[in-house]
Design a protein. Structure first.
Length: 555
């Protein structure tokens, strides 16, 4: 099968996603989305380039690019003008939808059922009252990440999507919200039986904590994968995107140095760094919203040491089973410490990405509304760093605005990585596989696909905007490498077959100039195994590392 596959390069004269020239050079450009609010929390409009000053690790930088993004839909062709049978992974960003968009992530994977019910009501209430300028998508994180509704300002469609969603509650969170183990009092000197029981009880507590740490670590891994997948799905849409993450427990931090602090997360340093880079590269500001709302102390039954919970006021945390006097105080302190830790993680997520954290309030509706309002006006400020320290270290960004009394929201830094380009064949394939198994498609590389069914063969006519491919002029030819990856799946989602097909592009200056305004086409006849219901097509530009993917249903 694989030996018979041939990639055919053809000249296509269909306009793609836009004709703006993209600068390709070795100059690294850092883009920062900035939200400026006055003392009343209202967006400050009318600012110009000269009102902004940006610092990289304390050194002032020259602003090279400056633009203003709003939540007003730009003029342009609607997605309905696409030729019949054509699929694209850029419909949200290029079909009259504004650049400033909001994703509401309903997280039931890290949320207790009681908190989810309350959060769900607040989300529905918000969606019932959205404004015409609000463009919102609904994602859900349960046992997997799911897109419930793509970007729209149709209140009815959004509400129905949330109501249709049947939350899949995970047992995760039990380690932070479950009943604490309680010990059997103190031991007297010379009491070997009591000492043995105490040691046994302590051993059980240690094992319980180890299991809890393991579960938290797993939840952190899954949450990181979800954030990275969301970043991939939004990376092709220009401008600043708001991610409102409604969750009961935030089991991770994407702070660049925080992974070495908490033993639960020590093995996630690379994953956290990778996710942080993806989120920042996609210009996503995270707005964590605590689904637990206003927390109160747990109710303690002093007769047996058990802990009950007041609906809507769940205290989170556990204690070491030491027993004895002061049990209620220790439970209360443990729950408080856990809540403080969760809120610290929320603050860090918001601070590092330019969002805001909302907690200690039962008015979740207002929290979501305020987060969405931040998308009204965004100033995009870009600069080329003057330093030459691309050693993977964290570089702090600080943005100042010469207006008194304003609040400035922007991401606080970036990782100065030498390059994002992956040239090793195995690493390239690993990047393609990650996009292939991601729960949502990626938009980093803009694609159009016109699938043609011919019996048991699917002819994939793939169109890619030339502006988004990193061509390099070598020996009088424009050369590039685009990796194609195809995964054929059955109705149950099981993989039936897969194919990695590199496409080496080499164009004369004449052909390059001819294709630049119209796009390049890659046509591949793909034999389908029996029972194929869906094909995920992934394309990756090796020069930039940008990835695009589309799911193609099979007739």
């Amino acid at each position: 099968m694989r030996n018979s596959l041939i990639v055919l390069l053809s000249i296509l004269c269909l306009p793609l996603f836009g004709q703006d020239e993209v600068i390709r050079s070795t100059t690294r450009l850092v883009q920062v989305g900035v939200v400026v609010k006055d003392k009343n929390g209202q967006p400050v409009t009318g600012l110009k380039r000269e009102n902004f000053t940006i610092f990289d690790a304390g050194q002032e930088q020259k602003i090279q690019l400056f633009s203003i993004e709003t939540n007003t839909a730009p003029s342009g062709k609607d997605a309905s003008t696409l030729p019949a049978g054509t699929l694209t992974n850029r419909s949200s960003g290029f079909s009259g939808v504004p650049h400033n968009l909001t994703v509401v992530l309903i997280d039931t994977f890290n949320t207790l059922p009681t908190d989810h019910v309350k959060a769900r009501e607040a989300i529905i209430r918000f969606l019932e009252q959205i404004q015409p300028t609000d463009h919102v998508a609904i994602y859900a994180l349960g046992t997997k990440l799911t897109v419930l509704q793509d970007f729209t300002n149709d209140s009815k469609a959004l509400v129905e999507a949330v109501k249709r969603y049947k939350a899949t509650m995970s047992t995760a969170g039990a380690e932070t919200a479950g009943e604490p183990a309680v010990g059997g009092g103190t031991t007297a000197p010379g009491d070997p039986l009591g000492a043995a029981l105490f040691a046994l009880n302590q051993g059980v507590a240690d094992m319980t904590q180890t299991i809890a740490n393991f579960q938290t670590n797993l939840r952190a891994q899954e949450s990181l994968r979800a954030l990275e997948a969301i970043a991939g799905s939004l990376s092709g849409i220009p401008g600043r995107k708001n991610l409102i993450w409604v969750c009961g427990d935030f089991p991770l931090r994407i702070g660049y140095a925080a992974a070495g602090v908490d033993p639960k997360f020590r093995n996630l340093a690379d994953d956290m760094e990778k996710t942080a880079r993806a989120v920042n590269a996609a210009n996503i500001a995270i707005y964590p919203v605590d689904a637990a709302g206003l927390l109160g102390a747990p109710n303690i039954d002093s007769s047996n040491g058990t802990m009950s919970r007041t609906p809507g006021r769940i205290a989170r945390g556990g204690i070491s089973p030491t027993g004895g006097d002061g049990l209620a105080e220790r439970i209360d302190a443990s729950a408080t410490n856990t809540t403080v830790s969760i809120h610290a993680a929320m603050n860090e997520l918001a601070d590092k990405t330019g969002g805001r954290a909302f907690y200690n309030t039962n008015d979740l509706f207002t929290s979501i509304r305020q987060a969405v309002n931040d998308s009204q006006v965004t100033y995009m400020v870009s600069y080329s760093p003057t330093h030459n320290q691309w050693n993977g270290g964290f570089r702090e960004i600080k943005v100042k605005v010469d207006k008194p009394g304003v609040q400035v929201l922007s991401r606080k830094g970036y990782l100065a990585v030498a390059t994002d380009i992956v040239s090793d064949a195995q690493q390239r394939k690993a990047a393609l596989l990650q996009a292939a198994v991601a729960p949502v498609t990626s938009s980093g590389l803009g694609l159009k696909i016109r699938p043609v069914h011919q019996g048991s063969t699917l002819v994939t006519n793939i169109e890619i905007d030339m502006h988004e491919i990193g061509f390099e002029l070598k020996n009088g030819k424009y050369e590039a490498l685009v990796d194609l990856f195809f995964v054929m799946r059955g109705k149950d989602g099981a993989t039936l077959d897969q194919l990695h097909q590199p496409a080496d592009l080499s164009l004369s200056p004449e052909d390059y100039k001819k294709l630049l305004p119209t796009g390049i086409g890659l046509s591949l006849p793909l034999p389908l195994p029996a029972g194929t219901a869906r094909v995920r097509i992934v394309a990756r530009d090796s020069a930039s590392g940008q990835v695009g993917s589309i799911d193609v249903p099979v007739n």
